[in-house]
Design a protein around this ligand. Structure first.
Ligand code: FES
Length: 273
């Protein structure tokens, strides 16, 4: 009879209310491709970002005042001269602490609890579920109601922290227009500025931002300014997944560019001065 199909616990996809289907999925397409690509993309970024964050070399181009976002803000005596745009708050840091230790945990928290990245890694790594109409291997499903996943609710606070970090990155990008020889524009400025613009697109397209601007309003007509902002944020919000990926790419490219120039592998292409 139908009960003999399920031998496991009567929870999750085996719950009595669910259709009794023995096969894990009836899909015939390559449903595993998107989660596999997601896992590969995220893995590449995490490996690159981890290696670079601990390298402690070639993160600052003194001549043109380029600072990679992976080392910003640099607040300790371990930072190379000139790279501490906000002063020196701490002494020497041991090698196992990244120089941007003040911003990295918040950025990590912001991305880890992001609505889009949640979908990405729930599917790609936890297989919960890996794709639509593909049953998950887990026996139980408790959603985001318990530790550790209940922490996902803190996303709105990470959003505020990320706003501050994006402001810091913007400040870095503006300072980079004034190098050792005064005002100038090089390819590095274009890269740093482009990265910051896209970081703003990612940050402002956040679902929490959308709620901050237009949420909990009973009457849009009585709040025309918030309504207007909300419509703009909503437009950005429809592209949030794209910005999530684009900014992973621009962060790596920006860091790589600073790395290559700082190490003398390439010279910065100068347009002005
Ligand atoms: Fe993705 Fe907030 S950053 S939802």
């Amino acid at each position: 009879d139908s009960h003999s199909v399920t031998t496991q616990l009567d929870t999750g996809v085996h719950a009595p209310s669910r259709a009794r289907i023995g096969a894990r999925t009836l899909r015939k397409d390559r449903w595993w491709l998107p989660p596999a690509l997601t896992a590969a993309g995220l893995a590449v970024f995490v490996i690159y970002a981890t290696v670079r964050s601990f390298m402690r070399v070639d993160y600052w181009v003194g001549e043109h005042h380029y600072l990679t976002p992976f080392y910003s803000p640099c607040l300790s005596e371990s930072c190379v001269a000139g790279s501490s745009h906000f002063g020196i708050w701490f002494g020497e840091l041991p090698g196992f602490i990244p120089l941007a230790f003040l911003s990295l945990p918040f950025l990590l928290g912001f991305r880890l609890t992001c609505y889009y990245y949640r979908k990405a890694y729930y599917r790609a790594f936890w297989l919960s579920p890996p794709a639509c109409a593909v049953s998950e291997p887990h026996q139980k499903y408790t959603g985001e109601t318990r530790l550790p996943l209940i922490i996902q609710n803190a996303h709105r606070y990470f959003f505020y922290a990320a706003l501050v970090v994006t402001l810091v990155n913007t400040y870095d990008a503006i300072l980079a227009f004034g190098g050792e020889n005064g005002f100038g524009i090089g390819l590095g400025n274009v890269v740093l500025l482009g990265n910051v613009v896209l970081l703003w697109c990612y940050t402002l397209s956040c679902h929490s931002c959308r709620h901050v601007t237009g949420g909990r309003l009973k009457h849009f007509s009585r709040n025309p300014v918030r309504y207007w902002i909300w419509t703009k944020v909503s437009t950005l919000n429809t592209r949030h997944m794209a910005f999530a990926w684009i900014t992973l790419g621009t962060l790596v490219l920006t860091d790589l560019y600073v790395w290559l120039v700082a190490s003398g592998t390439i010279t910065d292409l100068r347009f002005i001065n």
